[in-house]
Structure formats: structure tokens, C-alpha cells
Ligand binder design. Structure first.
Ligand SMILES: [Zn+2]
Length: 321
């Protein structure tokens, strides 16, 4: 953590804007690695450990369950620094699993046309693979998650910071109460994370609050449950005890409208859907990309998400009030 981060934060306990750095136990030429922050209003203290500011005191039952579940899942995959550095495209046997996510990410990222002077929050950043794209572009970037362990959580950031020579802030807290001041972010980004929220309505209101007017909220790879989906769910994340909710398209859109967001759905490139990938590949040979997007994938997107399972990619804008 660098000291400047404190200017953007509010105390997660009393919600007042008075956090001060009171102790530096260890620092390097990049950041404070070990230290202590205190709220000068309610006197609560927060620790900086391995560069991560931990604002999550007394996590609730859902958060504890989620933390334990991801620890269990972490052991199921052979994680390496090399894999983390290759995300979202992944390497070796992981490529297939990541294909769709990578295609959707690269598409949306290019749509964003970032200038490099934006302040960005990667909410539910997990391993922080996406956060580093905003840092590389020059943005002031922050990753927030409830998970800390390396390969599932915020500690993975050290791989990017030390091997890719970029920097971004990392804070530990839940997404139902975001510890930032009002109207400071140009962009809030979430990759396959919103459905882990215990209450998406509260999370969206918080995102709206911390965005600047006309600030953008980006969702990618958010799973959507179609009408024809059977309820029994053989999901390893659910079995591990993770808060894996599945919502219909109408729920997401209703909540976005309620929170005063304007939004535009992006089509799904569907790298892990053989039929859509095949059609896309064939059409790209005869039509310009834009044409295929607007004539085919955009209208089909609604049909797919309404009836069948899919993933939601969208860019929403904070309406000026
Ligand atoms: Zn306080």
C-alpha cells in the first residue's frame, strides 16, 4: 500500500473519512509492506500485511464460508506463477477452460478505449489478473476482494508487481460495503463476480455511489440462468460452499435500472460454445467484424440469455442525477 490510497478511503466501521497511517513496520522501494492504519474518528485499527490493507474486520458467516470454499478449490487446480502470468489467455491444459473468458475480456477491454488517466476499481478481483491490465494502461488501479491467499486472492498480485514491474493497490473487504468515498472512480470492473454477492441490489447501489457521474461499470463473464435451465446444479464452487448464486437476465437488468444505470449489453463471443464460435469464425471470413456483431450476435444475445444459460457482458454508465 502507498500512503496516497488513504485519501480515497472511508472507515469501513464508522464510514467517516479520517484514516491515518500510524505505523510502518516494513517498507521497500515500492510500497509499505507491513504497517497499521487507524480511523481517527472511531479509533479502529487496520493492518497492512504483505502490502495489502485489510479492512475486513469480523467477516460475516457468508464471507467466512466463501473464504473456506476457495481455499478448498485452490487445491483442485495446479497453480503456478506461469499460469497466473498467462491469464486470462492461460497456458497448457488451462487454455480451454479460459478461452471464452479471455475472448470476452479482450473484446470488452478494447471497447473501453481507456486513456490511461482513469481511476479504476477491480471489484472482486481475486487473483488480480484483470487489475494489471488497467495498471499497464497507466490507470490508478485498485483491486478489492475478500480473499487473500496466493493463487486465489490478493496475494497473487505480488507476482504481477515484481515480475511485470507494474503497480496497483490491494484492499481486503466485502463488496456489499465498499470502503471508498463517493464519486471517485471512472471505472468499476467486475469479472464473473457479481453473482457471488449476497445482495446484488446493495452491491450495485454501492458501485453507483463510488462512481463519478458518467463513470462506467463493466461486467464480464457474469453467469446468467436461462428459462430452460434445470435447477440441479453440479457446480464445484457450490459443493465447496462458495456463495454461487445464479440469476436470470431480467434480475440483473431490473437491478441496474433501479440503481439508475444506463447500460448496453455486449454480445457474447462464446469461446466455449462450439456452435457460436464456429459460425463466428466462418462469418469473419466474409463480413467485417462490426457487421457480424450488430446483425447477428447482438439480437441473438437476448434470445440466448433469456432461454439458455450464458454469460453477461455489459457496459453500464452512471446516469447524472
Ligand atoms: Zn471509523
Amino acid at each position: 500500500m502507498k500512503k496516497n490510497l488513504l485519501k480515497l478511503l472511508i472507515c469501513p466501521i464508522c464510514r467517516k473519512d479520517n484514516l491515518k497511517l500510524i505505523k510502518i513496520r516494513k517498507s521497500n522501494n515500492i510500497e509499505i509492506r507491513e504497517g497499521e492504519v487507524q480511523c481517527k474518528y472511531c479509533n479502529e485499527k487496520f493492518q497492512i500485511s504483505e502490502g495489502i490493507l485489510n479492512l475486513l474486520l469480523n467477516p460475516n458467516k457468508d464471507v467466512l464460508c466463501e473464504q473456506k470454499g476457495w481455499e478448498r478449490l485452490k487445491k483442485a487446480v495446479k497453480n503456478t506463477d506461469k499460469l497466473m502470468l498467462s491469464l486470462p489467455d492461460a497456458c497448457g491444459e488451462h487454455k480451454k477452460y479460459w478461452k471464452g473468458q479471455a475472448e470476452n475480456f479482450h473484446h470488452i477491454y478494447s471497447e473501453l478505449n481507456l486513456k490511461g488517466d482513469e481511476v479504476t476499481l477491480d471489484l472482486g478481483a481475486g487473483r488480480c489478473w484483470s487489475t494489471r491490465f488497467f495498471s499497464r494502461r497507466g490507470c490508478y488501479s485498485i483491486a478489492q476482494d475478500i480473499l487473500i491467499p496466493k493463487y486465489v486472492g490478493l496475494l497473487t498480485s505480488d507476482i504481477y508487481i515484481y515480475k511485470e514491474k507494474i503497480y496497483f493497490e490491494r484492499i481486503c473487504d466485502a463488496m456489499e460495503k465498499i470502503p471508498f468515498k463517493d464519486s471517485i472512480f471512472d471505472l468499476v470492473f467486475m469479472a464473473a463476480t457479481l453473482h457471488h454477492s449476497t445482495d446484488i441490489s446493495i452491491t450495485l447501489k454501492e458501485i453507483f455511489r463510488i462512481l463519478k457521474p458518467k463513470g462506467r461499470f463493466v461486467l464480464i463473464n457474469e453467469p446468467v440462468k436461462g428459462i430452460f435451465r434445470s435447477e440441479d446444479n453440479n457446480n464445484p464452487e457450490i459443493e465447496a460452499g462458495i456463495n454461487e448464486n445464479s440469476y436470470r437476465l431480467s434480475k440483473y437488468l431490473k437491478e441496474l435500472k433501479k440503481s439508475s444505470f444506463d447500460y448496453k449489453l455486449e454480445f457474447w463471443l462464446g469461446g466455449n460454445n462450439k456452435i457460436t464460435s464456429f459460425i463466428d469464425m466462418k462469418l469473419q471470413k466474409i463480413l467485417p467484424n462490426r457487421c457480424i456483431d450488430n446483425l447477428l450476435w447482438r439480437p441473438l444475445k437476448y434470445i440466448q440469455l433469456l432461454f439458455f444459460d450464458g454469460v453477461l457482458n455489459l457496459i453500464a454508465v452512471k446516469r447524472q442525477q
